[in-house]
Ligand binder design. Structure first.
Ligand code: EPU
Length: 301
């Protein structure tokens, strides 16, 4: 049985059973994981990931949970969180090694404190570095992948592989590492000295963030911006603000945000996503693509 094998291979790791997932995502919806674990070392992560994969069991990798939607009900398999992989070590005045579970806002703070620049566009973006790399999180045309020197990942066969930036394809909210075949454990990033001009850029990103909803649970932008358009404006123009399904409601501040105003379920959110996408398609012919990631297994049989 999988649980026995996990206990035998990882005696120091707590494996939770039927673990409620709503507490692990910013939207606060979703069912339970059959098994859940959050190793705090890269070595344990490697053992856990490769064992679960070799057992042919579905495995889901979770970062900060700020951009995901879990299904309702019981999720068969193992949800692995990187939340306890959070080491950070500066190698040179400009270069840092950061573990996948390190929080992006904390990294932003470190970089600013060291008087460095490069990630102003990430101001106000929640989540972990690993999740941010997988989705090339960012604002406008900027994304976290542009700051990478290399990424270290545990591959499905249990090997540890270094992915140099030149081997990674990334574009707007996309990264080739997110094909479900690996788990990112750390990355090396290089910044540049902060200049007075960077202050203005930082302020402008903070200002734009300030015009987004605060307070209620949400998962950031619901849809990606289609080329040449703003998803928020399209949704707004199509009358999506305040549309709701159960306790899931489209923000009246920014139409590209869905909020959980109480006890929304993931299926409420999914239905609302579909309704919004349909409204925009019917009036404009533009197909919106969700930015929120609906949790899918890396490997399943
Ligand atoms: N707008 C409306 N109505 C709305 C929402 C927006 O008319 O309901 C208009 C705004 O007034 C503005 C334009 O649409 O003229 C663009 O809106 P905004 O400045 O908010 O930027 P965005 O393109 O909607 C992007 C990122 C955000 C990031 C902001 C600010 C995407 C999908 N979204 O939003 O990222 O915070 O820029 O830097 O790329 C996220 O990744 O989760 C996210 C929210």
């Amino acid at each position: 049985m999988l649980l026995n094998k996990l206990h035998a291979a990882l005696p120091d790791i707590t494996i939770k059973e039927r673990w409620p997932l709503y507490q692990l995502c910013t939207l606060g919806t979703g069912g339970e994981a059959e098994f859940f674990a959050a190793p705090s070392s890269i070595e344990d992560m490697k053992i856990l990931f490769s064992l679960v994969v070799s057992e042919g069991c579905p495995v889901y990798v979770l970062g900060g949970g700020s951009n995901v939607l879990f299904p309702d009900g019981l999720i068969r398999g193992v949800v692995i969180s990187t939340q306890n992989l959070k080491a950070i070590e500066w190698r040179t005045p400009l270069t840092v090694d950061v573990d996948a579970g390190f929080k992006l806002p904390m990294l932003m703070k470190e970089v600013r404190e060291k008087n460095l620049a490069g990630m102003e566009f990430a101001a106000g973006i929640p989540g972990t570095l690993g999740g941010a790399i997988m989705g090339n999180a960012g604002a406008g045309t900027h994304g976290v992948c542009e700051l990478l020197d290399y990424v270290i990942a545990v591959e499905a066969d249990g090997t540890i592989k270094t992915w140099n930036l030149g081997d990674i394809n990334y574009s707007y909210r996309k990264c080739s590492l997110s094909d479900g075949k690996r788990l990112i454990v750390s990355a090396r990033m290089t910044f540049r000295p902060f200049t007075p001009g960077d202050e203005k850029v930082l302020e402008s990103f903070l200002l734009r963030r300030g015009s987004q909803p605060h307070g209620l649970r949400n998962a950031g932008c619901t849809f990606k911006n289609p080329e040449g358009y703003s998803a928020g404006k399209l949704l707004d123009d199509c009358g999506c603000k305040n549309l709701s399904v159960g306790d899931a409601i489209v923000s009246d501040v920014h139409a590209n945000f869905i909020l959980n105003r109480g006890h929304a379920t993931s299926s409420d959110v999914m239905k609302l996503i579909e309704i919004c996408a349909e409204k925009v398609y019917d009036s404009t012919g533009i197909k919106l693509e969700p930015e929120i990631k609906i949790l899918a297994p890396c490997f399943s049989v």
